[in-house]
Design a protein around this ligand. Structure first.
Ligand SMILES: *Cc1c(COP(=O)(O)O)cnc(C)c1O
Ligand SMILES: [Zn+2]
Length: 501
């Protein structure tokens, strides 16, 4: 729809103008720093940042009802920069001019209702939010769209060229960073650091295809992260890990979309997501808090973070019920099928600690929970989800297993609806499905395939046929007839088909 076709009173709100004043706020010492420099940690105390819009009061003044109308009308508006996560422009990064926004098709991923057999298995109704349907096939594109839009704006307004953008990754961050970086042509060069042998073949192929410099390092993600952080401190590079708080802003769109897709009624929803570096859960809490503060949603949904037994530092932290006594202790990770969340020392832990307090306090009760699941539960959940019409990756399986756990532990109850974040596309993690089919998990995973979930292709090559078609050598006449009849007969036997009378 074109602007002049909308109701007159809404027209002037549809195309946003840059405004507000964004600052980095340190979660360690509370100091605020301007955004005219690329910064990732506080120059004073080394703490992590979140970005704040000092003009948020003005944003709130429009009122919840007006914002709901604006977003619902924007859904019909054909304006490229507002087609993705920036439909919620004023709540994300309202300092980026529309012409600098990079849109590669991210956001507005489908909510797919779980069928009856999945609902019964988990113990409550739920939806998958399929974030694997983003351009690089994971939710990371939400944050990258924001971070790269800001970088695009940053370099264009300063005439910088060939800025090096760099990240450490469990696979999906690098795929996303390289994809968005490659779109910006000669403004950016991309380099990604990966833990050698700890990303899937598909994930490795993505940054290579986008033309990034791919560097493999011995160790696990936490080790790569240390190297990248050192580089970002000592050299003029743009860091694209979720330490970069612009990424958190973009990922908040996940919460905004869920709010809008349920007509802003989310008080009875239970949002379930895997925790790795904890950027995603940070963003999801922050997003709902913003919409709550602006009166766009009346009640906050429950949030359930999920961790595998093999990488569970956040779960362990919250095991201690007494807030005062909690101490964060990084863990040494064990191999996990939820490889993208296999992180022992999450960079965003200080953000999580702050936001969980703010969230529970705004809700007036405990609304954030963390559960732990086994590797076996994760794999079984992914396999079963996908046998019921879904496209869940291992982390999506982790989310579904986490919802089932939340039901068993009483965190989710009758009358509520789950929203399970399937964070990437199953095809990125297909090697784990393959290991399941082969029942080939090493003892370090502790996963055994359930026989009824295994599946293999079966070669049909009837003995009575002497010649089979080959590429460039098709069969003809009687040979073709025989091939078709015999092959069909054998297939009918395998599938237990009876000829029609
Ligand atoms: C990055 C990632 C996670 C973990 O998200 P964090 O923000 O690091 O907690 C989970 N699943 C997938 C598919 C990912 O790529
Ligand atoms: Zn500080």
């Amino acid at each position: 729809m074109r602007i002049h076709d909308f109701p007159e009173e809404i027209q002037r709100h549809l195309l946003p103008q840059p405004g507000g004043e964004m600052v980095y706020r340190c979660l360690g010492c509370q100091k605020e720093t301007g955004i005219d420099r690329l910064l990732y940690t506080c120059p004073d105390c080394g703490g992590v940042f979140l970005l704040f819009n000092k003009g948020f009061k003005k944003v709130k003044e429009k009122g919840g009802r007006m914002w709901r109308r604006i977003f619902d009308y924007r859904r019909m508006l054909n304006e490229t920069p507002l087609k993705g996560i920036f439909r919620y422009y004023e709540f994300i990064a309202p300092v980026i001019p529309l012409e600098h926004i990079v849109y590669l098709g991210e956001g507005h991923t489908p909510l797919v209702e779980a069928n009856k057999s999945l609902r019964e298995r988990v113990g409550m109704p739920f939806f998958f939010k399929n974030d694997g349907l983003n351009p690089s096939a994971s939710f990371k594109d939400r944050g990258m769209a924001c971070a790269l839009s800001f970088l695009n704006h940053f370099v264009k307004s300063r005439n910088v060229k060939n800025l090096l953008a760099i990240c450490a990754s469990t696979g999906d961050t690098s795929a996303s960073a390289a994809l968005y970086g490659s779109y910006l042509e000669d403004l950016l060069r991309s380099a990604v650091l990966l833990p050698q042998g700890k990303v899937t073949v598909q994930q490795l192929s993505q940054p290579l295809g986008s033309g990034a410099r791919v560097l493999e390092i011995p160790g696990v993600f936490d080790d790569c992260m240390k190297v990248v952080e050192f580089l970002a401190e000592k050299y003029p590079v743009a860091l694209l890990n979720s330490k970069n708080s612009w990424r958190i802003l973009g990922q908040e769109s996940f919460s905004f979309e869920i709010s809008q897709d349920f007509d802003y009624e989310v008080g009875d929803k239970v949002i379930v997501l895997p925790i790795g570096n904890a950027g995603n859960i940070t963003a999801v809490m922050s997003g709902f808090l913003k919409f709550h503060e602006a009166g766009i949603i009346e009640r906050l949904p429950k949030i359930v973070g999920v961790q595998s037994e093999h990488a569970d530092p956040v779960y362990r932290y919250y095991l201690e019920g007494d807030e005062e006594k909690r101490v964060f202790v990084p863990v040494t990770v064990q191999p996990s099928v939820a490889q993208a969340a296999m992180i022992g020392n999450p960079v965003s832990m200080p953000r999580v600690i702050d936001l969980v307090k703010a969230y529970n306090s705004a809700a007036g009760e405990k609304r954030v929970f963390v559960v732990q699941v086994s590797e076996q539960e994760i794999m079984d959940a992914m396999m079963i989800a996908n046998r019921n019409g879904n496209i869940a990756c291992t982390q999506g399986g982790e989310s579904m297993a986490g919802l089932a756990k939340a039901v068993r532990e009483g965190y989710a109850a009758k009358g509520e609806t789950g929203i399970v974040d399937s964070t990437a596309h199953m095809l990125k993690f297909i090697s784990f499905q393959e290991m399941y089919f082969e029942d080939a998990f090493g003892p370090e995973f502790g996963v055994r395939a359930r026989p009824e979930l295994r599946n293999r292709p079966l070669l049909v090559r009837p003995e009575k046929v002497d010649r089979f078609p080959e590429p460039g050598r098709p069969l003809e006449g009687d040979e073709m007839k025989r091939f078709v009849e015999e092959t069909a007969a054998e297939i009918a036997k395998i599938l237990e088909l009876e000829p029609e009378k």
